[in-house]
Every structure is written in structure tokens, then in C-alpha cells.
Design a protein around this ligand. Structure first.
Ligand SMILES: Cc1ncc(COP(=O)(O)O)c(C=O)c1O
Length: 389
């Protein structure tokens, strides 16, 4: 394993973080340990639990390898792996919230996070409030004596507003409130939440870390202050991830830098081109200078990934569906971060604050690893179909 010092390049870190090949006969990849039972040498060791591995749910050499690799990327004290990105949202919320607590969630949140808050958290007695993605330091005015967590996601799901995370973290910490961030869009390559004051960084590793649309996994990384409580909740809930999925994500990490670089370049080329196309009112991509939050993105992020939205110039669901149905390379599917391009209709019916108005219907695009010319031709087919609808 390479030293995880701060002075090595990101692709070197991705290639060598995690396991030490010489711990396992020099094989460069760690073993995929399928485990429930772990044997102890004697009763005294069993009573004291005095060995590194004690039970399959509590960690194996495979999960340790991925956790170490993610900690190196995030700068975190510890990382848990859970069976999906959604579980990576729900487990830390359950770890830190109790009945009677107040939770602030950004209104432009990933819809299933909202659903979890509106159903289970409310049932458990948590007071859930949604705030404007542009709240920034103004979050201070929403913090109550019982506020326990501010949940952020930046850029926003589907509409890609950028949050002022350092300002939010400063205001939250001044009131003793924990800040969580769903950082799936940027990955720790393009934004390191803990460096910007976030306490708990959440990833759907299903997306770019796995990279091939065949694995579900979530990671949650905590700073020193929050790690113990996160780890204890993880063990209390028993929601560990399967070893094959953990291994696949470690495998995906090795190439994530080069894949993301390609996603980034293709997405920017296509987003810029779309801005000049008739039938497109706006392109919602924070790395475009035309985006209202571009300055914030430029200040805090060091790259952009492959997912953004477009706003059609007028029309309604008929034009939106005509666009989608005309596509032949872009698939219609919800998960993202894989090698293939995808498009989905955006529905903002759940929003209370960040709901527009927009000039026309929204379509979210995930730009995959295909050739840009082919993707542009496909999108031109979509725009022609929307214009004709
Ligand atoms: C921002 C964000 N967070 C979390 C998730 C959940 O990930 P998973 O599909 O692994 O549950 C998604 C999935 O689309 C997402 O877009």
C-alpha cells in the first residue's frame, strides 16, 4: 500500500489505498472474505473479544480495505459500508436523531431521503423542516434549541443548486449542530466535505465508485467527533454490506479517477453545446459559467461529474416524453454513475421551496463514457421530437 500522505496524486492514491498486498501473499487485490463465524483460539480470547476480527457483521479484511481507501480519500476517522446509498442516508440520521429533535433538510434533496424523513423520522417523533438550498449562513435563523442535524446535498438532486457548505457548517457548529452531506455527485475527488466543515460525508457508492450499474452500496464517513456514535449505530442495526459488493466498489475505485475525468469532459462538452440548441431554455450544470451558483461551485469544488439537467423552452409533459422516447443511445433509467448515458424526466412535485419556476419541463441527463458526437446526435433527435410534439 502506498503511504496515504496528502502529497501524492489522486490517481496514485486511488490505485494504492486500502489493502497492503503483502498482507496477503503479495496478491495486489484483497481476498473477498465471506464470513459470519470467526474462530477464537480459547475461551479467554472469546471473553475479552481480544482479536481484530470478532464477527462477520463487524468487519473483515475486505471491508477494512475499502474503509481504509475511503478514509484516505475523505480524510475521515472511520467509514461504514451499508447495502445501498439510501441506507447511507438513513443510518447516520438514525444514529444522531432522537424523538423531540429538530432536523433541517435541504428542500432540493434526493427524493427517497425526503420520503424517509417524512415517514419514518416523523413517526419516531423528529420535527422535520425543509430549507432553501441557497440558505447559506442564513441557516442560523432556522436553528432551534432542539436542532440536532443539518442535512445537505450539493449540488442538489435534479436541479443542481450549489449550497454554501462552509457557511452552513459554521452556523451549525456555532449552535452545536451536526452537519451531514450527501456528496454523491462530486465524489471525494471533486469535493472533500470534511475539509469544508461537514461532520458526516455520505456516498451512494452505487454511482461513480462502483461505476458499472451492477452494484448497490453506500459509504458513510465520519470525523473523529462523530465516528464512535456512527460505528455503534451501524453495529446495533446490523446493516452491513455483502463482501462481493464491497470488493466490487474497491475494484471500481481504482479506475474512478480516469472514468470521472471522462464523464466530466464529455458532460461539459455536451452541456455547453446544449446551451446553444434551439428548444433548450437553460442548462442546469454548476460548472457552466451561466449557472447562478457557478462562483460558489468554483470556490469549493475541484471538478464536476457527469450528471446535469436541461430545461426545455416551453411545453409540458407531452414534449418531455417526446424527447425521452426519441432517444436511442440514452437509456431511460434512474440510477447513474455507470458507463452508459441515461435520461429521466424530472418531477418537482415534492418540493416546497426550490421548485422553480422553470420555462418548461426538466430532463436529467447522465453522460456516460460513449463518444460525445454520438450522444449529441441522440440529444438532437430528442430535441427535434420535442419540437414536433
Ligand atoms: C444523491 C443520491 N443519494 C443517494 C442515492 C441512493 O443510492 P442507492 O441507489 O444506492 O440507494 C441516490 C440514487 O440515485 C442519489 O442520487
Amino acid at each position: 500500500m502506498a503511504e496515504d500522505g496528502g502529497d501524492i496524486g489522486i490517481n496514485t492514491r486511488l490505485a494504492h489505498s486500502g489493502n497492503n498486498p503483502h498482507d496477503y501473499f503479495g496478491f495486489v487485490n484483497p481476498p473477498v472474505v465471506h464470513a459470519s463465524t470467526v474462530l477464537y483460539p480459547n475461551a479467554a480470547a472469546m471473553a475479552a473479544r481480544s482479536q481484530k476480527y470478532t464477527y462477520g457483521t463487524r468487519g473483515t479484511p475486505t471491508t477494512d480495505a475499502l474503509a481504509a481507501a475511503i478514509d484516505a480519500l475523505e480524510g475521515s476517522a472511520g467509514t461504514i459500508m451499508v447495502p445501498s446509498g439510501l441506507a447511507a442516508v438513513t443510518v447516520p440520521l438514525l444514529a444522531f436523531l432522537s424523538s423531540g429533535d429538530h432536523l433541517l433538510i435541504v428542500d432540493s434533496i434526493y427524493h427517497p431521503t425526503r420520503n424517509f424523513a417524512d415517514t419514518m423520522l416523523k413517526r419516531l417523533g423528529v420535527d422535520v423542516e425543509y430549507y432553501d438550498p441557497h440558505a447559506g449562513a442564513g441557516i442560523a435563523s432556522l436553528i432551534k434549541p432542539n436542532t440536532r442535524v443539518v442535512f445537505t446535498e450539493s449540488p442538489a438532486s435534479n436541479t443542481f443548486e450549489v449550497q454554501d457548505i462552509p457557511a452552513i457548517a459554521k452556523a451549525a457548529h456555532a449552535a452545536g449542530v451536526i452537519v451531514m452531506m450527501d456528496n454523491t455527485w462530486a465524489t471525494p475527488l471533486y469535493f472533500r466535505p470534511l475539509d469544508h466543515g461537514v461532520d458526516i460525508s455520505i456516498h451512494a457508492a452505487t454511482k461513480y465508485p462502483a461505476g458499472h450499474s451492477d452494484v448497490l452500496l453506500g459509504t458513510v464517513s465520519a470525523n473523529e467527533a462523530c465516528w464512535k456514535q456512527l460505528w455503534e449505530t451501524f453495529n446495533t442495526m446490523g446493516c452491513c454490506a455483502g463482501p462481493d459488493d464491497v470488493y466490487q466498489v474497491l475494484r471500481g475505485l481504482r479506475t474512478m479517477g480516469v472514468r470521472l475525468d471522462h464523464h466530466q469532459r464529455s458532460a461539459l462538452a455536451i452541456a455547453g453545446w446544449l446551451e446553444g440548441q434551439p428548444g433548450v431554455a437553460r442548462v442546469l450544470h454548476p460548472a457552466l459559467p451561466s449557472h447562478p451558483d457557478h462562483g460558489l461551485w468554483k470556490r469549493d469544488f475541484c471538478g464536476s461529474s457527469g450528471i446535469f439537467s436541461i430545461v426545455l423552452a416551453g411545453g409540458c409533459q407531452k414534449q418531455q416524453h417526446a424527447f425521452l422516447d426519441a432517444l436511442t443511445i440514452f437509456g431511460l433509467g434512474y440510477s447513474w454513475g455507470g458507463y452508459e448515458s441515461l435520461a429521466v424526466p424530472v418531477v418537482l412535485g415534492d418540493r416546497t421551496v426550490a421548485k422553480g419556476p422553470y420555462d418548461g419541463p426538466l430532463i436529467r441527463l447522465q453522460i456516460g463514457l460513449e463518444d460525445v458526437g454520438d450522444l449529441k446526435a441522440d440529444l438532437a433527435r430528442g430535441l427535434a421530437a420535442a419540437a414536433a410534439a
